[in-house]
Design a protein around this ligand. Structure first.
Ligand code: FAD
Length: 466
């Protein structure tokens, strides 16, 4: 039987990064993955394929809607070749998976393909083409998550689909009904909206992206409405029925009146649930909490002292970069180091266009905590860079402590917000004040000037261009 210092179960961004860091630190490491390809949700059916389709559909939308204004005439009809678009997405996924295979080899990590189940706290049975057993001093559970649904929905995966099927449709929906106005629903909704579908979003909460800052949510709502999304907040879905090629969704609106939506596809994007099926956690003494998550302490250690858990399968934001940080954290803990993660500074991004990005506290959270704060907000439309590319929607908002001027939260909607938020993360990691950021030179013309201007506005209402 092969013996390891560390076995990692699950090869998503949490698991494979944990394995690399363990190997870097000199531990003999194995990784177990039940699917044929490494990379987990993120690389196979999550972050990467969704961004590939967002990029392709963005190019198409630019070609049909924006090229003309830039003085580019395209003779003839511009058409979508969905099959090719999906094939390109798959080749991006394949290349990325190939990269993870390479990294496993480079770091001498043994890869086992099959379902990993605990026999006890130090032995794992792997059921793949053959059944193997390995011994591991320590194990890191990184089994991730699966799409959640509502109890009354029959996900037939043809017309009533999850994000996984939405990434490989064979036709462009005429009318896509999206249940859930969170990140995944809006991103995939925007892909098909750009390709020509009518898109209706049904959201239970009173606003889309309800966990983000309300100002950001309002701005995104305004922009998506301008893009002809039909957004129905405060709607409680009661039934989803497939009749032939039609899907009928019934929901109660705010007033309690029944509203009916008819479409040809319905994307159910109501969140994700932690995944521990087949893991046999009990055999190792690993507790699962009432929400199906692996229970961990502040060191990400489970109720079995030699077993840790990271990523979507534990509490906290379901994000690839959060899973990665936790993978590194556990590897370094096992090596006797004292790593640290500031969960307040894990950025959140929505890759619609304009993009939405945030880090730190929202205004709602600051109010609830009774923290006195000041706000500096700067509109993207006031930037030369935004006007040059005609990306004028959105704003950057800096929230700073009223007394100390320390930045407590940065929220933005705008072109390239996903990349710009890194500046705010760095500033906040170093506990910068709004004035610190406002006094740093930002290249002109760039979208990042909006961060400087918002910081100036927060400092003493000193924005220069608004
Ligand atoms: P996962 O990536 O879910 O990987 C878990 C792996 O474990 C899987 O491969 C699974 O097969 C394997 N496994 C499970 N049980 C066993 C077992 N018993 N034995 C062996 N193997 C097992 N996040 C972002 O940060 N940015 C984004 O842009 C983004 N976009 C997304 C878009 C979509 C459409 C979706 C669905 C998700 C997106 N996410 C995004 C979320 C992101 O994919 C997850 O947060 C991330 O993948 C979690 O990583 P993980 O390592 O915890 O688990």
């Amino acid at each position: 039987m092969n013996s390891y210092d560390v076995a990692v179960i699950g090869s998503g961004p949490g698991g494979y990064v944990a394995a690399i860091r363990c190997a870097q630190l000199g531990m003999k490491t194995a990784i177990i993955e039940k699917y044929a390809t490494l990379g987990g949700t993120c690389l196979n059916v999550g972050c990467i394929p969704s961004k590939a389709l967002l990029d392709s559909s963005h190019h198409y939308e630019d070609a049909i809607k924006h090229f003309e204004a830039h003085g580019i005439d395209i003779p003839g009809e511009i058409k979508v070749n969905l099959e090719k678009m999906i094939a390109r997405k798959q080749s991006v996924v394949d290349q990325t998976i190939g990269g993870v295979d390479y990294l496993m080899k480079k770091n001498n990590i043994d890869v086992y393909q099959g379902l990993g189940s605990f026999k006890d706290a130090t032995h794992i049975t792997i059921s793949g083409e053959e059944t193997t057993e390995i011994e591991a001093k320590n194990t890191i559970i990184a089994t991730g998550s699966k799409p959640a649904s509502l109890p009354f929905i029959d996900l037939d995966k043809e017309r009533v689909i999850t994000s996984t099927e939405a990434l490989k449709l064979k036709e462009i929906p005429k009318h896509l009904i999206v249940i859930g106005g969170g990140v995944i629903g809006l991103e995939l909704g925007q892909v098909y909206k750009r390709l020509g579908a009518e898109v209706s979003v049904i959201e239970y909460a009173d606003r889309i992206v309800p966990t983000m800052d309300a100002g950001v949510s309002k701005e995104l709502n305004k922009v998506l409405k301008k893009q002809k999304f039909k957004i129905n907040a405060s709607h409680k879905v009661k039934s989803v029925e497939r009749v032939g090629d039609e899907v009928i969704v019934k929901a109660d609106n705010k007033k309690g009146e029944e509203v009916e939506f008819k479409g040809d596809y319905c994307l159910v994007s109501v969140g994700r649930r932690p995944y521990t099926d087949g893991l046999n956690a009990e055999a190792a003494g690993v507790k699962i909490d009432e929400r199906g998550r692996v229970e961990v302490n502040d060191h990400l250690q489970t109720s079995a002292s030699n077993i840790y858990a990271i990523g979507d399968v534990v509490k906290g934001a379901m994000l690839a970069h959060k899973a990665e940080e936790e993978g590194v954290f556990v590897a370094e803990t096992l090596a006797g180091q004292k790593p640290h993660i500031d969960y307040n500074l894990i950025p959140g991004v929505v890759y619609t266009w304009p993009e939405v990005a945030a880090v730190g506290k929202t205004e709602e959270q600051l109010k609830e905590a009774g923290i006195a704060y000041k706000t500096g907000q700067f509109p993207m439309r006031a930037l030369g860079r935004s006007r040059a590319s005609m990306d004028i929607d959105g704003f950057v908002k800096v929230l700073a402590d009223k007394t100390t001027d320390e930045i407590l939260g940065v929220h933005m909607v705008g072109a390239r917000a996903a990349d710009m938020i890194a500046e705010a993360v760095v500033a906040m990691e170093y506990r910068a004040s709004a004035e610190d950021v406002s006094r740093m030179s930002h290249a002109h013309p760039t979208f990042t000037e909006a961060i400087k201007e918002a910081a100036l506005a927060a400092t003493d209402d000193r924005a220069l261009h608004a």
